[in-house]
Design a protein around this ligand. Structure first.
Ligand SMILES: [Zn+2]
Length: 426
């Protein structure tokens, strides 16, 4: 994500004029700060929905998760600030210390730490060190931490009031070196340990059978409208976080279950007018996020046509070589369209995964073609490709045209692909 997405210019200016802005706006609120590499936008939305069941809540939806963006989000909510009891704020991993010093949070929610796009934020260990110092310096702040992520455990264990949540880890490649001794962490049967004694803490919040959440003084069934097992785990984290902020699961669960889309993620759109074809949008930005999505789609969208989109703009990270780390093999034998400005990189990657995709560079056209294969379409895309799809689907032109306006473009694409295949001798 580029600077423009998490930092807002008016917000930064406001902070320059009044450095205490964020502090003043949140001074009477119970503040929950949510951070981590993956799932923080969704989890923040779930936390906010849960807290809202108990009182006025403000949040920074839309990914404005650095100091400037936060100042803007809070300032926009100003008229309601007198009635606001809670703030659920998503914070960029790197900005957590700066924001925490401004808002004196009641709760930190530390989700996971993994490598982001290859050319950005590679220093996950340094972030873990910073978080560790932070929770140590703020002993009054409760820490809700994911016990399945060794780097998060390393950071959180410096606090004396940790609530361990079994929120899972889908990507262990970045966490194999022990942050305590440098030795090797071994993951097996849902746990992990290092020879030095550093090992997975016992969680007090975890998933039981049949979507039940078990916590220290009870259990509750949760039916999130958001799809996928990772959203069940995000709901678990959200309920633990609400509880740490003083809102019991029996109250918060109503709000958590009602969330159906988060800034377009998991939102469903009709494709064209007069059709009953529908697409669900999903977004991932790095190998860990993609692994989650690929697993979700493989499980819940077995009859859907798949469109996979990849751009490599600055906000996405310029180097898309991480696609080789994503387990696309699960789509072997399925009908897949690849799209986006790096669709050919994806096509090669998928070919090696045993998938023979159709290439349609324009994302809206790709969705229209997919809707001819199945009435249910799922788009997996990285950041700017996801935004392009959302914009196209929300534009009135898309609703009027059933894609016919794009057919000319599409035919050109098919011809291009055929020529390319021919020159490749395949
Ligand atoms: Zn160790």
């Amino acid at each position: 994500m580029g600077l423009g997405d998490g930092q807002s210019l008016p917000g930064r200016v406001a902070l320059r004029l009044d450095p205490s802005l964020i502090t003043r706006l949140t001074s009477n609120m119970i503040v929950v700060l949510v951070s981590g590499t993956n799932g923080k936008t969704t989890t923040t939305a779930l936390v906010a929905a849960g807290l809202r069941e108990a009182g006025g809540t403000i949040t920074n939806s839309g990914g404005a998760n650095m100091t400037g963006g936060l100042a803007s989000s809070l300032a926009e909510a100003t008229p309601d600030i007198a009635e606001t009891r809670f703030a659920a704020l998503e914070v960029d991993e790197i900005y957590l210390t700066a924001v925490a010093e401004m808002v004196a949070p009641a709760v930190f929610v530390l989700m996971n730490l993994s490598r982001d796009q290859l050319d950005r934020t590679s220093e996950v260990r340094r972030i873990a060190e910073r978080w560790r110092l932070l929770v140590d310096e703020m002993p009054l702040t409760k820490v809700v931490a994911n016990c399945d992520d060794p780097l998060v455990c390393y950071a959180a264990s410096a606090s004396e009031s940790v609530i361990w949540v079994a929120a899972g880890i889908s990507w262990t490649d970045d966490a194999i070196g022990c942050p305590v001794c440098g030795g090797e962490i071994v993951f097996s049967s849902g746990s992990w340990a290092c020879g030095c004694g550093f090992c997975r803490p016992e969680p007090s919040w975890k998933l039981g059978a049949d979507q039940t959440i078990e916590f220290p003084d009870g259990r509750i069934k949760v039916n999130p409208r958001l799809p996928g097992s990772f959203n069940l785990r995000n709901s678990l984290t959200a309920l633990a976080s609400c509880s740490a902020a003083g809102v019991p699961p029996s109250t918060a669960v109503t709000g958590v279950e009602a969330v159906s889309a988060v800034s377009g993620r998991f939102a469903r759109y009709q494709i064209g007018s007069g059709t009953d074809a529908e697409v669900m949008l999903s977004l991932a930005k790095n190998p860990a996020g993609w692994s989650e999505l690929v697993g979700m789609v493989d499980l819940i969208a077995t009859d859907s046509a798949l469109v996979i989109g990849l751009n490599a703009k600055i906000a996405d990270g310029r180097d898309p070589s991480w696609i080789w780390d994503v387990p696309f093999d699960v789509f072997s034998g399925r009908s897949v369209i690849v799209t986006g400005e790096r669709c050919l990189d994806l096509a090669v990657r998928l070919k090696y995964a045993g998938v023979g995709p159709l290439v349609v560079q324009d994302v809206y056209s790709a969705l229209v073609v997919a809707s001819k294969w199945s009435k249910q379409v799922v788009l997996l895309a990285n950041y700017t490709c996801f935004q392009e799809a959302r914009k196209a689907l929300e534009s009135p032109l898309a609703a009027r045209h059933d894609g016919s306006a794009r057919i000319v473009h599409l035919v050109g694409e098919l011809r291009r692909w055929r020529n390319l295949s021919r020159t490749n001798g395949s």
